[in-house]
Design a binder for this molecule. Structure first.
Ligand SMILES: [Zn+2]
Length: 219
């Protein structure tokens, strides 16, 4: 894991996480996947995120916003979609979100469903529908490299973010526990992990801790 710019972490040579502080100790994330001929983005942060955080990374890598062809929103919340319009103005990218989030994301172009496979850069990501935080929340799983982006679908001790029925949330997390994942990347530094890039055993521990929080709440 290499830090090339402040607020940018290189997880793999083609997969970068850009973080933007929201308040002390808390940030949101944009995921950038560099392919040979195209660039994929997951979540877009706030209105200023593309210009202040993402485009400088593209420039540092000798790439251009024109090359962004696909943007995925993991769910409908502002810190994940408010940069959509600026990306639209500066790229020809298609913006994709789950059908249950479509109404809340006017800038979206196309819906996705559980099981769909999306190409971001040169990687393939399978869409895993994980309602619980939001009805239209998804995780993205790169099965070839065992990497999963979870957005806010695994939200640890943030009880306030389990906005749906606790049983639905627990069901979604149990589905994630079955997957073969080496690297899990969340949008925020949810506790108890306290960081957003998890590896190996940290992954199961975080998902189990999140299930535990929801189970306590539903008692
Ligand atoms: Zn969020």
């Amino acid at each position: 894991m290499v830090i090339i710019m402040e607020n940018v972490v290189e997880v793999f040579d083609d997969l970068f996480v850009v973080t933007q502080d929201m308040r002390p100790g808390w940030y949101c994330s944009v995921f950038v996947v560099f392919g040979e001929k195209s660039i994929g983005i997951v979540d877009t942060g706030y209105e200023n995120t593309p210009r202040d955080y993402v485009f400088p990374l593209l420039k540092a890598k000798g790439r251009s916003p024109d090359e962004v062809d696909l943007i995925v929103n993991t769910h409908r919340d502002g810190d994940h979609i408010r940069g959509n319009d600026v990306f639209k103005e500066n790229t020809g990218a298609l913006i994709v979100a789950h059908s249950l989030a479509a109404e809340a994301i006017p800038s979206m172009d196309k819906t996705m469903e559980d099981g769909d496979v999306l190409r971001l850069g040169d990687r393939q990501f399978k869409v895993i529908h994980t309602p619980g935080h939001r009805p239209g929340a998804v995780c993205l799983l790169d099965e070839d490299h065992k990497v999963m982006i979870t957005g806010d679908s695994v939200c640890g001790e943030r009880e306030d973010l389990i906005r749906m029925d606790k049983g639905i949330y627990i069901e979604s997390l149990k589905k994630l526990l079955e997957l073969d994942v080496d690297v899990m990347i969340m949008s925020h530094p949810f506790k108890p992990a306290g960081k957003n890039i998890l590896r190996g055993e940290e992954i199961g521990e975080m998902i189990l801790a999140s299930i535990g929080v929801a189970e306590r709440l539903s008692q």
